[in-house]
Design a protein around this ligand. Sequence first.
Ligand SMILES: [Cu+2]
Length: 293
Amino acid sequence: MFKQMKVWLALTTIFSLLALVSACGDKSAAPDTNAPATGATVKTFAPKGNEGSVTGVVAYNGTPAAPKKIDTSADPVCGTANPNLVTEAAVVKDGKLANVFVYVKDGTTADGTKVGDYTYPTPSAAVTLDQKGCQYVPHVLGVQTNQTLTITNSDATQHNIHPTPKVNPEWNKTQANGSAPLNEKFARHEVLIPVKCNQHPWMKSYVGVLKHPFFAVSAADGSFTIKGVPPGTYTVAAWHEGGSAGTEKTMQVTVPASGSGKADFAFGDAATASTGSGLQMMPALDVPMIGRH
Ligand SMILES: [Cu+2]
């Protein structure tokens, strides 16, 4: 009698534990990569007035592949609108690289809060991605999670916008010439989402989706400024397209109160070589973006 009771108690305990484990499993599988780390106190980020910035220039060492002229004969409208359309895989001018997505990847603000443990208000202003001259303008852009991305068609032809994300839902939508803008959102952090056009195979764009507003894209002269960064020490990442998933380099940057932290990056052949041989200089880490999420 006693023995039976013991067995029953043991079984009950095992089943309770199993239930607990599976409940935890469900929780960790919840589809929200924006959630702060388990146990972290959720704080809403609010500027204190002593924010600074991360500034820098992205260089391109070596000679990039020359832009290729795009054959637009499949759609005469594109050839008329943009007869000199070229590829944008590496837009380099005077050794400086445009279209690099630079962002705060990780780090801790001066008050000891990890940047990922804050929640950030969603901006009410939309970011626009235009289709103009049968290319995406801009070529690289950033939005915050759930911020509206307005997609416009300035061309006299039809486009088909087709983001191919890994963690957000995939979709594609036809946008005829003259039709209303599309308003879309991405709910989850993802750096970066490739965007293509099913009508025009050369059209490419990349959308970085971050939960926070600390990102920028390098301009034609390679320069960028990430504004409104709270004082702290961060891992700043620079991402550039190429290969299957692009290349990302990172460096540590300290932003002083109301000041500026410097983050100069370099891509290209020579930059890759120096990354391999100059460990004592703590060069920017060259991390191939394989299996990122
Ligand atoms: Cu198109």
